[in-house]
Structure formats: structure tokens, C-alpha cells
Ligand binder design. Structure first.
Ligand code: FAD
Length: 300
């Protein structure tokens, strides 16, 4: 019986494991190897790690966790979580069952991209979504924004002061006349035709429409959405927020006692949505670990 099983070893789960390990709480960390920034070569806006490859960040975290005897890491998918506070059972893809007093869900989300040919292959290397993460790398350069007008406007507001010229492309159907006018007033170029394909070229990304081609430094995607990477929020009947995320309190507690959540899959109701960032996920993981320790102390 572990004190805690953490499902997910991205920044949220790794930090939660570090905190629990330092507090000598027997902890099992599970990792199926699917990270939101799995294709990203260099992460940014991470103090003291600006530009660090995410894979290196995870490897360093694991190396440092190896110093803590109370943390065990298994590279295996978790399939189900059942039970109640004090005794949870997690069934693994190997068929093994592992047990713990508390559970932290840190399984993150997966991005669902619009079906633009070539976009999946560019994700994280030439196609991005987060201006805080990848805007500065395009400073003064031409970019494309793919997406519906309202969401594109939000990205224009964030990227406008950073990048050079911006061309906005609709994804599945043309912008209405009003939408195109509104976007033009923001000082951007507006493509009359939807994007047909994107692909990597030597000096950036080529965007193709039915009748044109243009090469830009990179594209930002304002379309598509996210889905939970794992089914545990549903399995456990956790309370969800309108954003589609698991609701947590300041200590990462969910609506089910003994179940905590941290990282991209969860946020407090006071925020409009998950603040998807490496440092914020790690901070949430640390708070969830503190919440777990509080609970363990309350029920020795
Ligand atoms: C293209 C892109 C670029 C980004 N760049 C940056 C950046 O530069 N800077 C920045 O701060 N943020 C960046 N982000 C955001 C950042 O990647 C996320 O906010 C962060 O990774 C969230 O951490 P997490 O621990 O919640 O989830 P993740 O990092 O996604 O980790 C989820 C973990 O859960 C595991 N898991 C899932 N299901 C199971 C299961 N059933 N069993 C076992 N394990 C499971 C996975 O294997 C993984 O270990 C970027 C995101 C994208 C999409």
C-alpha cells in the first residue's frame, strides 16, 4: 500500500513525486509516456530552463527523483482507478493492481488539431498555440494564424506586439464579410480562402490555399480543442468545470475525497480555464502533494 499513487509524470506529476519523496511518503509514479509537449524541442517561459528541451527536463527530474527511496517510478499505463479515500486500487495495463491511500491525477490533456493536412507533423516544431511559449521566437517575423475569427482575434492581441506581419487563414469555411473586415481592422492580412495544407520548408512553413502559397516563419493554431488524456475523471465521477477541466481547490483536492488533480487537466473555479504551462503545472503538483500530506496526517 503506497501513501500516494501519482498517475502522470509530466511537470505536475514529477513535482508532486519530488515533494512526497522529500517528505518520506511511499509514492508510486506512473507514466504512459505521452506528454503534451512531447514533440517540442525547446520549452520557454520556464525560469532557469528557458530553451531547455522538455525531454531533458523530464530526464533530469527523474535522475533527481532516483535519490529518494520512497519514490518508485513505473513506465506503464494506468487503466482504472477504483475505491475510496484510504484505499484506492489502480489497475495497470500489465494486469497488475497497485494500491494507495490517496491518488493524484496528473494525466494532462491531448490537443485535437483541426484536420489540416501536414499540421500534425508540424505540431510543436512549426505550428504552435501558446504565444507565451513560442511567440518571442517569431519576433519581427511573418506568421500565419489558422482558425475562426473570434479565436484568431485573441491570438492577434497577444502576438501583435511581438511578431512582424500576420496573415489569418480560416480553417474549414471562408470568413464572413463582417469577420474579414473586423480582422482587417486589427492590421492583419486576411486570406479569403481556407488553409488547404501546411508543410515544413527550409525557411519556415509553407501555407497552401486553393490558389496560393505563402511561406511564413511559423503558424499559430486558434482552432481545435483538447481532450483528457485519461478516463479517470469520468471513472471517479469528479466534478467538472464549464471549461471541461476537473475542478480543484487550492490544494488540488477534487470533489472526491482522497483524489487530487494537478496540471493541464484541472484548475480552480476562479480561473477561466487551465493555465497550461510547465511551471504552473509543477506548482499545482506541489500543492496537490501538500494536500495529500495534509490528508494523510488527518487520517493516520
Ligand atoms: C506545442 C506545445 C508547446 C508548449 N510549449 C510550452 C512552453 O514552451 N512552455 C511552457 O511552460 N509550456 C508549454 N506547453 C504547455 C505544457 O506542455 C503543459 O502545460 C504541461 O506539459 C502540462 O503538464 P502536465 O504534467 O499537466 O501534463 P503532461 O506534461 O501532458 O503529462 C501528462 C502525463 O500523464 C501521463 N499519462 C496520461 N495518461 C496516463 C495513463 N492512463 N497512465 C499513466 N500515465 C498517463 C503521460 O504519460 C504524462 O506523463 C506547450 C504545450 C504545447 C501543446
Amino acid at each position: 500500500m503506497y501513501d500516494a499513487i501519482i498517475i502522470g509524470a509530466g511537470p505536475a506529476g514529477l513535482q508532486a513525486a519530488l515533494t512526497l519523496g522529500r517528505m518520506h511518503r511511499p509514492t508510486l509514479l506512473l507514466d504512459s509516456g505521452e506528454y503534451r509537449n512531447g514533440t517540442v524541442l525547446h520549452m520557454h517561459n520556464v525560469v532557469a530552463n528557458d530553451g531547455t528541451p522538455p525531454a531533458e527536463f523530464r530526464a533530469t527530474a527523474r535522475e533527481q527523483l532516483a535519490a529518494y527511496d520512497d519514490v518508485e517510478i513505473r513506465d506503464v499505463e494506468a487503466r482504472t482507478v477504483t475505491g475510496a479515500e484510504g484505499h484506492f486500487t489502480v489497475l495497470l495495463a500489465t494486469g497488475d493492481a497497485v494500491e494507495s491511500r490517496q491518488v493524484i491525477l496528473a494525466t494532462g490533456v491531448a490537443d485535437e488539431l483541426p484536420p489540416v493536412p501536414g499540421l500534425q507533423e508540424l505540431w510543436g516544431v512549426g505550428a504552435f498555440t501558446c504565444p507565451f511559449c513560442d511567440g518571442h521566437e517569431h519576433a519581427g517575423r511573418s506568421i500565419g494564424i489558422l482558425g475562426p475569427a473570434a479565436r484568431a482575434e485573441h491570438l492577434i492581441g497577444l502576438l501583435g506586439p511581438i511578431v512582424g506581419d500576420i496573415t489569418v487563414y480560416p480553417v474549414d469555411q471562408r470568413f464572413s464579410v463582417e469577420e474579414a473586415e473586423t480582422l482587417s481592422l486589427r492590421g492583419v492580412h486576411v486570406s479569403a480562402e481556407p488553409v488547404a495544407a501546411v508543410n515544413r520548408v527550409a525557411d519556415g512553413v509553407r501555407i497552401t490555399t486553393a490558389s496560393q502559397e505563402r511561406t511564413v516563419a511559423g503558424v499559430f493554431v486558434a482552432a481545435g480543442g483538447q481532450r483528457h488524456r485519461a478516463p479517470f475523471a469520468d471513472q471517479l465521477g469528479l466534478h467538472m468545470l464549464p471549461s471541461g477541466s476537473v475542478e480543484v481547490d487550492d490544494f488540488g483536492r477534487t470533489s472526491t475525497p482522497g483524489v487530487f488533480a494537478a496540471g493541464d487537466l484541472a484548475h480552480r473555479a476562479s480561473l477561466p480555464g487551465p493555465m497550461a504551462a510547465v511551471l504552473l503545472a509543477a506548482a499545482a503538483g506541489q500543492m496537490a502533494a501538500v494536500g495529500v500530506i495534509q490528508s494523510l496526517m488527518a487520517t493516520p
